[in-house]
Design a protein around this ligand. Structure first.
Ligand SMILES: [Zn+2]
Length: 183
């Protein structure tokens, strides 16, 4: 499924797939107080401009980040922050997701798109069925009910600082990870 607005995003998510965000306001407050997010975007109440401390929390690989932080482009492509919540565990995979490696035999499952069902995969090598999030996707897919999307960032272009993930964990009592969504 694709609930997202950008075809390439850095996405933060709780590492416990079934974890539910029961207080959206608390997450918004966290993002704004940390300076990762700034003012809301008008078009969507769960979207925000990047905040004043955005570059303290997200580390870019290049020497000069080639990102647009304001809506100054006609095509609307710029980096902003969007919170998505889902009623059930949602598999966020893209065209560029890697073949995930089985948690049992460690072999890659090339046909995962065909056999992914109810968030489970039966390994074609060892025939063990595992939850899809136990596979190693090498940060190219995520499974959760809550995602924080940082739009218009291509794989490996930027990573969240460990301190940001630590603060999220302290505030919401669940460990957080990240991956790159690439449609
Ligand atoms: Zn296997």
């Amino acid at each position: 499924m694709n609930a997202f607005t950008s075809n390439a995003s850095l996405v933060l998510h709780p590492k416990e797939p079934n974890w539910t965000l029961d207080n959206l306001e608390a997450l918004i407050k966290f993002l704004q107080q940390s300076g990762l997010a700034g003012d809301p975007l008008n078009k969507d109440e769960n979207s925000f401009l990047v905040g004043k401390k955005f570059l303290d929390h997200v580390s870019f690989m290049g020497c000069s980040p080639n990102i647009k932080l304001e809506d100054e482009t006609a095509d609307g492509k710029f980096t902003f922050i969007r919170i998505s919540t889902m009623p059930g565990i949602t598999a966020l995979t893209g065209k560029h997701s890697f073949a995930p490696h089985c948690p049992q035999c460690k072999k890659p499952e090339k046909n995962w798109r065909e056999i992914l069902k109810d968030n489970q995969l039966e390994c074609s090598h060892c025939q063990v069925t595992s939850d899809a999030w136990q596979y190693n996707w090498r940060k190219s897919a995520g499974f959760a009910r809550c995602f924080i999307e940082i739009t218009d960032i291509y794989p490996k272009e930027a990573t969240p600082q460990p301190s940001l993930l630590d603060s999220l964990e302290k505030s919401f009592q669940v460990p957080w990870g990240y991956f790159f969504y690439h449609a």
